[in-house]
Design a protein around this ligand. Structure first.
Ligand SMILES: Nc1ncnc2c1ncn2[C@@H]1O[C@H](COP(=O)(O)OP(=O)(O)OP(=O)(O)O)[C@@H](O)[C@H]1O
Length: 259
């Protein structure tokens, strides 16, 4: 996948989300697994951040805790200036609905609804009216105008994921979380979706956090956060696939023991 950079990324500024000293454990006693171990990280507004690391390093757990889909064992999570870790279930559900967008590996579209109905579904559920001009911009950017009346089964995988991207963008959420968004796509469709995610950050000011295994996908981001064993071990600005691949290779090396 090539790394296209239409505009330089904006300077670092405010944070769209942050976690402060978050620990997440599954199980107790001998069976305890520390999926996140005292993690502190900020997600800058208006930028595209990739989260990488070996399998089991805690990427999905970090994203789920940040998005309020999972609770933390200790520490605090903020989206904008709201502390998620203090909200009851009802408020958390409302915050997720109003301020967060999601894109998953499995597109999670409703099969009986058309592309357009899928795109506006979260707004409809929230009882909000779509901003038509914004909706038109999103639909044209993802190139779905000729397919709006089609149902998911009549669309290619790439088109279905573009519907999911448009759905995430439709409400202009403060932050979008994408979990392996290109995991089910061939490389050409994957590149289209990544290019679109990148332009929604560069041209529309969206904030995106994406978990990925693919150094080529991470290269579309403005920065990469590397996790290992539930801890953040490195960050990289202006990544290229080569630089990310090189860094990932380091995770496979046995630890050097000093004598
Ligand atoms: N529900 C659960 N119960 C017990 N352990 C869990 C649970 N979910 C995750 N874990 C453990 O927490 C650790 C981190 O898992 P996580 O799914 O966040 O890693 P990941 O980096 O996303 O992995 P992958 O790249 O393979 O998807 C792993 O050791 C995993 O086995």
């Amino acid at each position: 996948m090539s790394h296209s950079v239409p505009n330089p990324a904006p300077p670092l500024g405010e944070l769209a989300a942050r976690v402060e000293r978050v620990t997440k454990s599954y199980g107790t006693g001998d069976a305890e697994v520390r999926a996140l171990d005292d993690v502190t990280v900020g997600i800058p507004k208006g930028r595209f951040t990739a989260v990488m690391g070996p399998s089991g390093s805690g990427k999905s757990t970090l994203m789920h805790c940040m998005a309020g889909l999972d609770s933390v064992t200790a520490g605090q999570v903020f989206v904008g200036d709201v502390e998620l870790t203090r909200l009851d279930d009802k408020r958390l559900t409302r915050l997720r609905r109003d301020r967060i967008g999601f894109i998953f590996q499995a597109f999670n579209l409703v099969p009986t609804l058309t592309a357009l109905e899928n795109i506006t579904l979260p707004l409809d559920i929230a009882g909000r009216k779509a901003d038509q001009a914004w909706l038109d911009t999103v639909i044209d950017t993802v190139g779905l105008r000729p397919r709006l009346k089609h149902r998911p089964s009549e669309l290619s995988g790439g088109q279905q994921q573009r519907v999911a991207c448009a759905r995430a963008l439709a409400s202009r959420p403060g932050i979008i979380f994408a979990d392996e968004p290109t995991g089910n796509l061939d490389s050409r469709s994957g590149a289209e979706v990544l290019g679109f995610l990148q332009s929604s950050v560069r041209d529309m000011g969206q904030t995106i956090v994406m978990v990925t295994h693919d150094p080529g996908a991470a290269a579309y981001a403005d920065e990469v956060v590397f996790l290992q064993d539930g801890r953040i071990v490195d960050t990289m600005t202006a990544p290229t696939s080569e630089k990310v691949l090189e860094r990932m290779k380091g995770f496979d090396l046995p630890k050097v023991v000093s004598e």
